[in-house]
Design a protein around this ligand. Structure first.
Ligand code: KIV
Length: 277
């Protein structure tokens, strides 16, 4: 067999994630949208990098994830994949399928899934929804493209919900979610994101599935956790939801660095003779 066709030894695969669940090892996931950040995340040991459609919010400044297009997500995915191509890279790269790139028909879902996969060497796709998209998930996984599901608060449906409040707090929505998770697993999904649901429900779903659950605002008992990189780095001063743990205050760091630079340019202290030719 051609050695180029073999995944790198350390590369995180769908099989590895399943083993992690079985061994009780937690899975770490963060979003990235560009080469530089992907390289840092990979070197820091992240298991999975999600090229999230949250790029629509944090990269492009839209209010929701709805506007991002297939071409735009491919642009971000190409940059991220380049960031994890060194010999020692190990992170799996999962790419979000944009709103309305998979909801119209199974044919269109399959065509767009193939298009996103073929443009670069990402490892898998993510799609929001349960039973409604099950046929498409099955068709996509049947041709060999791994799919990560996404249940609970699904940002592509924000106009239907009318708010970002916690989902599945009542029994009927909780039962529906448990059933949707089962359907996704049956349809071939290799993992499922559970966003903003009660901890007890996330625990029940996690225990009922063979595939790993990846939580965001869904408590500690999911098999892994995902957050948006801009949120953990404190890049957005205005956004502090309860489920985000902020590990740095880059907003202040960057702002102060830029203020200092502006001052140095204006006062002619930059560039110094040492910084000139
Ligand atoms: O787009 C995104 O960033 C996501 C995660 C927050 C799960 O879907």
């Amino acid at each position: 067999m051609n050695s180029m066709a073999q995944p790198k030894q350390a590369h995180v695969t769908t099989r590895r994630l399943l083993d992690m669940k079985q061994n009780g090892e937690k899975i770490s996931v963060l979003t990235a949208y560009d080469y530089t950040m992907a390289r840092i995340l990979d070197r820091a040991g992240i298991d999975v990098i999600l090229v999230g459609d949250s790029a629509s919010n944090v990269f492009s400044g839209h209010n929701t994830t709805l506007p991002i297009t297939v071409e735009e997500i491919i642009y971000h995915a190409k940059a991220v994949v380049k960031g994890v191509q060194s010999e020692s890279s190990r992170a799996m790269v999962v790419v979000d399928m944009p709103f309305m790139s998979y909801q119209i028909s199974g044919d269109e879902a399959l065509r767009n899934a193939g298009k996103i996969m073929k443009e670069h060497e990402c490892d898998a796709l993510k799609m929001e929804g349960g039973r409604v998209i099950a046929d498409s998930v099955k068709r996509i996984t049947d041709v060999g493209i791994p799919v990560m599901g996404h249940l609970g608060l699904m940002p592509q449906s924000i106009y239907k919900y009318g708010s970002y409040r916690v989902r599945a707090q009542d029994e009927s929505e909780a039962e529906q979610l448990i059933e949707d998770a089962r359907i996704l697993e049956e349809s071939g999904a290799f993992a499922v994101v559970l966003e903003k649901i009660p901890t007890a429900l996330a625990r029940e779903v996690t225990r009922s599935l063979t595939i790993p659950t990846i939580g965001i605002g869904a408590g500690v008992e999911c098999d892994g956790q995902v957050l948006v990189i801009n949120d953990i780095l404190g890049l957005n001063r205005e956004f502090h939801p309860r489920f985000v743990r902020q590990y740095a205050d880059l907003n202040s760091l960057v702002e102060n660095a830029v203020k200092q630079y502006v001052q140095d340019v204006r006062s002619r202290s930059f560039p110094s003779p040492d910084e000139s030719y």
